[in-house]
Write a protein that binds this ligand. Sequence first.
Ligand code: FAD
Ligand code: NAD
Length: 500
Amino acid sequence: MLLVPLKPGRSLMDWIRLTKSGKDLTGLKGRLIEVTEEELAKHNKTDDCWICIRGLVYNVTPYMEYHPGGEGELMKAAGADGTDLFDQVHRWVNYESMLKECLVGRMALKPIALPKESTSALSEEKKCLNGMLPESKIVGTSKSFAPSYDWFQTDCSVTVVVYTKQKGMNSEMVILDYEDSRLRGEIIIRDYSYLLNIELSNAVQEDIAVHVAEKVGKVEIVLKKKDNIPWKKLGQPLESHNSFIKRTDQGLYYRKCKLISKTEVTHDTRLFCLLLPQSTHFQVPVGQHVYLKQIVTGKEVVKPYTPVSCSLQTHFKEPSCHDGACLFLMIKIYPSGLFSSELDRLQIGDYIYVSNPEGSFQKCQVQTLEDLFLLAAGTGFTPMIKLLNYVLTNVNSLWTVKLMFFNKTEDDILWRDQLEQLILQDKRFEAQFILSEPSKEWNGKRGKISSSLLSEFFKRSKQDSKVLICICGPAPFTEQGERFLKDLGYCKEEIHSFTA
Ligand code: FAD
Ligand code: NAD
């Protein structure tokens, strides 16, 4: 290849700068498309030039002036397959990374005439070869709502891209696991889940990055190749792959987590810290719970638990999706409790299964609140922990947060020191401890939940303030709380009860 003099401002460094500027170099606003041969052939001019290299199509128009071989060299492959040309003269060029921002999509596979019975086999093969599925298997919802996915690769990575078509996506909505060469991704969109479930064709490293472009709803899963060889296909679709189904119609997915610490909170309650696998990306949203699964006397037993922050003093921070992500659980051990007493026997280094998060609470319920009242009994305090951290750090409209905390004795009050410290630290926060079995020395409130206790403490900061009351505790406590609050004039929308 003859080198041609480049215009000023058209050096390799200038090209790299342009690719990093965030400009839309393909004209497709980040969308990847499936390109037919006919479509490719249309883009054969200097001001509109697409080239196919090893099955991937690039819009090289913006690169023309930066190409050391000049326009003429690139135009030899305009609107056509340039793989051979690149192999002959540009073998040393890492075009995958140079032209990454110019990627238009993947060549469509040519239809092959087949006997009727092999058509479905081909369509499955097309899916896994091409990775570009025009439509997901949609169960019970509208087609336009359903996400789709695609994948592309560079020398050292494979990126799976999911187009959710949803604004306001965030990383809490993406749950990802990679285990025994299976990649399982779940993208939560309201009451639905979009599922990726693939046996990957080649090995990847454990550290998987997840990027969410919140405004456009694009989710990128970046897998690092173990052996830097080109992949012919992403992998083999497994059960429910590329389907979009109601979350309630799906079974729970569990991954194995390692117990890394266990600390005393009170005489019968412990803070368990579980380490998520490095290849798991998973954050439990405020107000949601997970299920723990373990074998007890030869039988699988499952119970719900609500992850907490490691302390009340931390500013609200989602756990990182990178290595070292931990789950903290505050669990009361009942001596005769089937599950909790077995949990207490776990040793540091032992494993336990943890499910995906569930729960009906949504952050938007507190976004514009003025008063937040928390009504907790015993371990019913657990969902209040992340909620407290979240609202005190993020909800600017908030005037007051009041916690009424019911326990049997003083020794049962969870994180009492931390709560008292928080009262001193944050003027908006107040807490009242109410004991049902107090000692003679207790000079605080006593008794069980009642209408008079509630109306005394839960006073709005101003008339008609925007309020939410969250309740959690033993079922009869929650039911009584709901009833008393309704009698006191609070409406259904102003009450949220945490239940399974
Ligand atoms: P079980 O075998 O179910 O009970 C056996 C015996 O234990 C009972 O007969 C009784 O003697 C004793 N016991 C059990 N529960 C009680 C009780 N409430 N009051 C008095 N005695 C009792 N628990 C936590 O510790 N932390 C959490 O974060 C948490 N989150 C939860 C989230 C949800 C959505 C729900 C529904 C429950 C949550 N729980 C939590 C409760 C937890 O799921 C179990 O019910 C609890 O650990 C008891 O299970 P177990 O198998 O040990 O006891
Ligand atoms: P506990 O037995 O120590 O009781 C704590 C206080 O709750 C008591 O002092 C009393 O004031 C009140 N209480 C207990 N039973 C009552 C009743 N029948 N009627 C009215 N008030 C009553 O509590 P615990 O052992 O810590 O149990 C906590 C409960 O919270 C468990 O049942 C657990 O399943 C539930 N929980 C639910 C969630 C959730 O998200 N749904 C989360 C955590 C805990």
